[in-house]
Design a protein around this ligand. Sequence first.
Ligand code: HSE
Length: 439
Amino acid sequence: MKPIKVGLLGIGTVGAGTFNVLQRNQEDIRRRAGRGIEITMVAARNLEKARGIVGAGVEVVGDPFAVVDHPDIDIVVELIGGYELPHALVLKAIANGKHVVTANKALLALHGNEIFAAAQEKGVMVAFEAAVAGGVPIIKALREGLTANRIESVAGIINGTTNFILSEMREKGLDFATALQQAQELGYAEADPTFDIEGVDAAHKLTIMSAIAFGIPVQFDKAYIEGISQLQARDISYAEQLGYRIKLLGITRRTHTESGEGIELRVHPTLIPAGRLIANVEGAMNAVLVQADAVGASLYYGKGAGSEPTASAVIADLVDVTRLATVDPYCRVPHLAFQPNEMTDVAIVPMAEITTSYYLRVYVKDQLGVMADLTRILADAGISIDAVLQKEPGDQVNLDIILLTHQTREKNIIAAIEKIEKLPAVIGKVTRIRLETLA
Ligand code: HSE
């Protein structure tokens, strides 16, 4: 059988990794896919650099639409990143009847519903294993490996940059700015690291996993997003003294509110018991914990970024597309795991309605009765206290009082915090970090 022809849009870190791994393992990949997979065309901004990577046998062009419109290309691999240009390119590739492989989580989190509908209409595949957790095959696991299950929750460390920063802050007692600078020097964080540190990149990935886990449309606009830029080293240290680690977690799960069934979709710093496997994922590694009714808990761990780890996922998609290209489109694995006409409209619940536990740090003047006032406000709000720690943060005058609560609705804790901040002995704002036992 003739090799399947692939056009690459972008040949940066992941593109070069894809080219190299395909070359290196081409014989095994051919034996697995049933036919060869050949990159025959590459679109790149820097033509000379691209030619240096792919050599003379591959056509290198400056215009990505030349790849998307080329009649010989069977699969377009989109590795450009960003929103607008990839959006136009992917829709054009689909309209031209080409299959698409993409690592672009931002694109799918924002435009996934439109892209999958267009692909469905045209009978082509859009594969995106590399978009979530890089080399970790979590999309395949959720969509295929766990297909027997009712999935209850997905909780993941899905941004390596922030996990590296949090590890450095905990292990070396660094503040956020210093740890971020180290991440940038080591090439983990982008020069503009906003998407990483403010949780946007993790929310893109979580949105995609949520759709696949629960059979709902991608709804990035409904995700609650809070990053790690406001985290203080002392909270990481206090959490550790109480037996917890702080991680930037993406959490999506089934829940019940006063108005019925819903789905939580949230990214924020989270205390996790230090003994949990996922709490021990350090450095730039990724991990995703899935709770499902038949299999129970399963954990997926590995490199969430980097040239060849991400290429591993891109090529797995290329092999899937190659194997299934001749199959009747109705017999293929649906893009979002559930058949397109079987999606549900279970609502994403507003953040005020989610239920979780909390770490509260209250900075107070060391006055008689302040602890009693705090506990009374929480008791009046029906919030039960799990642990209390009192620390003298170094100024010799005031105190940090740290309280861990049992589960309550977010709106209850917000109301209690408002009252706490009005107490005369309380200085400034209460620090509030959510806590998940992940039991
Ligand atoms: N910037 C991402 C991370 C990698 O730090 O995990 C690509 O999604």
